[in-house]
Unconditional design. Structure first.
Length: 684
């Protein structure tokens, strides 16, 4: 074998120039290559070659074990009066040195042969410098924004950095870079190659997801841990107790951490999160034509079917309202909307995505060959002894078709006004309004605030064999006995207004209109209310009095509205603190003063730490907060004058009507939710 051939086959090449011995590991310094490297170093020491330079020019990857071997070799050589230095280190490995602090222990040679200390990330701790001052000095935020952010911080109790990011003034990356400078904690752009898979597996996946951290490297007794919060001491303490080592925090974007957790732990088709399909799970197949039936038969043994079934079943178990299956660069992504927020639950390989979409289209009786146009359909499944409907919607995008499944689980629907979560006062107002024989009752709030649920509960409260109740919906979500339910079909011109005109000829006592969107529907609804019908509907406004301005803006005459409208209920849904990880603390004096709470007794505030029961969010389930407004004679007179928003707000204040925010604060005092959650949904 020639010298050239020997060089190619060796895992570590070795040469000697004067008093220096050069070692050059090839490709990756991981696995068996580490043992080969240790063997060569031992041979050098036996031969008194105690000054070693390790050339990493061809080394593309290194792990924790290799870093420990380098440190051990240096310690041994120093005892013998020798040295160990590194040369030609690639940028990605330099970044690993910075992450682990390895750069502080071993010298790295510049290209001119001089030793250097890497300082690209390490900075002096700026104890007396505020985060806002750093952002201001960098020119990425204004003094006015800092002042506003501090005020919001007082209201929400959040950290100033989170407040600024939530407002959209700066990105999370810019905040983390500033925190890195302030706290002297390294910041990295987390990506593949910057974590050691063996070290990742030291920490249980559920713990990593709950704490939102990712182990990167471990050298001797120090673990480099990616986190979005460098001051999350309780999380660091838990990791230290579990792994028996010290934690070295490394700042990274929260989204990147969660993505890499899925990437690092989940390499199979179906992750351990999803689990096995229950024996009681069954897809209620639609009637398919011959071609679709053939496709389904061919795919019958495919693991894709089991994966789709398990995703749907887990979504039902976790009370998800929507399932998002979306393509991205290099992978697919499955997310569940639970309690109003999206959580990523798995990341299948990109090549699986078309198969997942095709399977869902077969289940929804749609054209699997049509990938250029959006499609809508319906899927029905049987699970846990009940029927669940899924509304299918696909939309072509840059990387493929995104599918959203709306989960309509009748067992989770609240069809009882007493279970909506209203306070006693709001519930009395609501039921009194429902007992009216005629008039217009509006339920307002943004999309996803539970308006339709409240209407269904109202219909169920009114439902009896003695009444003719008719609904106009888009679409009909839940079927109610005795009630005559009708579906809007805009494609054939069957709009809310058109159906409503015909419904009024059907001798109705109560009419429910899914939503008032335009002037024509509003006018017919008002006329129906004035002619002896109880009309229930929804409107997109932020609060109760906003509905008055909105109806007038639509063109309804104030004198007609004042006679027709009997009341408005505004609502939001706030997340409930998870009972499994609920903790309490005394409210700070400034919070007590701000909200005018009594100082006689200690005020306790509650929050959730985050656990596997609640997707590490600290919340599980939702409850409504309400603002119930009954139109009295004084308000009727005010409506006739086409009042301004300020005049309506003054009416609310003067009559001590409970607002959304005050109802939310009552829930906070009861230990049901948090100030941050109420502030988030009410935007006060």
């Amino acid at each position: 074998m020639s010298a050239a051939e020997e060089y190619i086959t060796q895992e570590v090449t070795r040469s000697r120039v004067g008093a220096m011995t050069y070692l050059a590991p090839r490709n990756k310094l991981v696995g068996d290559s580490i043992e080969s490297f240790k063997s060569v170093v031992s041979d050098c020491i036996e031969k008194n070659e105690n000054h070693i330079i390790v050339d990493l020019a061809t080394t593309a990857l290194i792990n924790s074990a290799a870093l420990e071997v380098l440190l051990d070799a240096q310690d041994e050589l120093i005892k013998l009066g020798g040295s160990l230095k590194l040369a030609n280190v690639k940028d990605n490995i330099l970044e690993i040195f910075q992450i682990t602090g390895f750069k502080n222990a071993i010298s790295v040679l510049k290209t001119d042969g001089q030793a250097t200390v890497i300082t690209a990330i390490q900075k002096d701790f700026k104890e007396n410098v505020r985060l806002g001052d750093i952002l201001l000095a960098k020119g990425i935020i204004t003094a006015a924004q800092i002042e506003e952010g501090l005020k919001l911080q007082e209201v929400t109790g959040k950290k100033i950095g989170q407040v600024i990011v939530d407002r959209g003034w700066v990105s999370e990356q810019e905040i983390l870079e500033a925190l890195s400078e302030q706290l002297s904690v390294p910041y990295i752009r987390l990506r593949s190659g910057l974590y050691d898979p063996e070290i990742v597996n030291l920490l249980d996946k559920n713990v990593a997801k709950r704490l939102k951290v990712l182990p990167l490297f471990k050298i001797r007794e120090e673990l480099s841990l990616a986190t979005a919060d460098a001051q999350a001491v309780p999380s660091f303490n838990e990791v230290e107790e579990r792994l028996g080592c010290r934690v070295r925090p490394i700042l990274a974007r929260r989204e990147d951490i969660l993505e890499k957790i899925n990437e690092a732990y989940n390499n199979n088709l179906a992750t351990d999160y999803i689990g096995e399909v229950g024996e009681d799970f069954e897809v209620v197949e639609n009637q398919l034509d011959h071609d679709y039936a053939a496709i389904d038969e061919v795919a019958a043994e495919s693991p894709v079917i089991n994966l789709i079934n398990s995703i749907i079943q887990r979504a039902v178990q976790d009370h998800a309202s929507d399932i998002h299956i979306e393509p991205a660069r290099g992978k697919s992504r499955v997310r569940f909307r639970i309690d109003g927020l999206l959580y990523e639950v798995m990341a299948p390989k990109a090549e699986l995505h078309p198969s997942l979409v095709s399977r869902l289209k077969v289940m929804a009786n749609l054209d699997i060959s049509e990938r250029r146009l959006p499609q809508d359909g319906r899927i029905q499944v049987q699970t846990q002894g009940r029927s669940v409907d899924l509304r299918f919607s696909s939309l072509p995008g840059l990387y493929g078709e995104k599918v959203v499944l709306r989960v309509l689980d009748k067992n989770q629907a609240i069809l009882d006004v007493n279970k909506l979560g209203m306070s006693k006062g709001s519930l009395n107002v609501f039921t009194n309004l429902l007992d009216s024989s005629y008039g217009l009752l509006l339920v307002t709030g943004p999309t996803g605030s539970g308006k339709t649920t409240s209407l269904y509960a109202a219909i169920n409260h009114l439902n009896s064999i003695e009444k003719n109740i008719v609904t106009i919906e888009e679409p009909v979500e839940y079927q109610v006995d005795i009630v005559n339910q009708n579906e809007v079909k805009a494609k054939i011109g069957l709009t809310f207004a058109k159906v409503l005109k015909h419904v009024l000829r059907q001798d109705p006592d109560v009419v429910m209109v899914g939503e008032i969107r335009e002037r024509e529907t509003a006018e017919i609804a008002v006329q129906a209310a004035l002619t002896g019908h109880l009309v229930l509907s929804t409107l997109h406004t932020n609060d109760s009095v906003g509905a008055i301005n909105r109806m007038i803006d639509m063109g309804i005459e104030p004198y007609l509205l004042s006679s027709a409208m009997i009341g408005v209920v505004a609502q939001r849904l706030v997340r409930v603190i998870c009972p499994a990880c609920k903790t309490s603390s005394l409210a700070p004096p400034e919070i007590v003063d701000r909200y005018g709470w009594s100082k006689k007794d200690a005020v306790k505030l509650y929050r959730g730490r985050g656990c596997h029961e609640c997707y590490d969010s600290g919340y599980k389930g939702r409850i409504g907060i309400y603002e119930a407004l009954q139109v009295d004679a004084a308000l009727q007179e005010l409506i006739i004058t086409n009042p301004s928003r300020d005049e309506l707000d003054n009416y609310i204040e003067k009559n001590h009507i409970q607002t959304l925010f005050s109802d939310g604060l009552n829930r906070v005092r009861e230990g049901v939710t948090t100030i941050e959650e109420v502030t988030r949904v009410v935007n006060t």
